[in-house]
Design a protein around this ligand. Sequence first.
Ligand code: TXA
Ligand code: MG
Length: 316
Amino acid sequence: MAASEPEARAAALAALSQGDCVAIPTETVYGLAADATNGLAVAKIFALKGRPSFNPLICHVADLEMARLHGEIGDAARKLAEAFWPGPLTLVAPKLPGSPIHELCTAGLETVGLRCPDGLSRELIAEFGRPLAAPSANRSGRISTTSAQHVAEEYPGEPLLVLDAGPCRVGLESTIVRPEPDRLVLLRPGAVTAQALEQACGLPVVAAQAGRIEAPGMMESHYAPDAPLRLEVTGCPPGAALLAFGNRQGREDVGRMLNLSRSGDLAEAAANLYAMLKRLDAAGPALIAVEPIPQQGLGIAINDRLKRAAAPRGKP
Ligand code: TXA
Ligand code: MG
């Protein structure tokens, strides 16, 4: 349903109020949302997605004020929220004892992931008056969805309301950061880069310890298409589909090829990543070869997702 239609918002609010899931557009990826304070509603998210229940959900808020009702927002977190909200940044904060956010959302952790998204979903949360728990709307382990059509394709036959606001502007899941007294722990890279985080609050950014699952989205194999992926490919093997990047002068074009960004623009590449992986994968190639993406700025988050998509399957 087009999100711009007046009935769409009313239908979404009605569904959320009665404890149903609604797929919502955000600037990063589409989310599968439910009332974060209603355990039965949150359980429906896990059931629909097929998500292991130890994996906590991000709770989406309308503003910093709503965030403060649920998480302990320290100085660093406040500075980050002021700098980047609404936007593609999730803050992991100690959960306040009085918060009605259901413990299914936090999967037994003492912390809560809080994000204030931009656009329509933010307006919806403000009207709803409480946080919405929303993981990416893909089925567990699959590529995130960046259009309403892709969401609908994940759930054929399910009576799921999908609010359509067109393709997502950013195209990659939010940056996740956990502020500590003297540093910021980066749990997932995203469009808000480590450098931008450091600048905004003056604390050094450290990557989460490798091998320790601090955000279960850090599971090695994640965001996986059906076809195996090979990264950093400069000569495409015969029969493979090619996910290209940048100007192709001097490089041979391949039959099944999509280019993330001909001009080498990383923001354009991020926005195209999941939709293009899906389109290449739909043709059932033996392999998807991916050209090198520069490891800088947004390229760090793009390479992070590609590495997970290429990781051996079934590995937690
Ligand atoms: O851009 C996004 O973040 C999208 C949109 C819909 O907001 N959401 C998203 O959700 O990517 P999801 O569930 O696919 O990924 C959320 C990640 C998971 O890896 C989860 O483990 C982590 O956030 N997470 C949530 N709460 C956490 C917490 N309290 N501590 C550590 N990690 C947490
Ligand atoms: Mg996800």
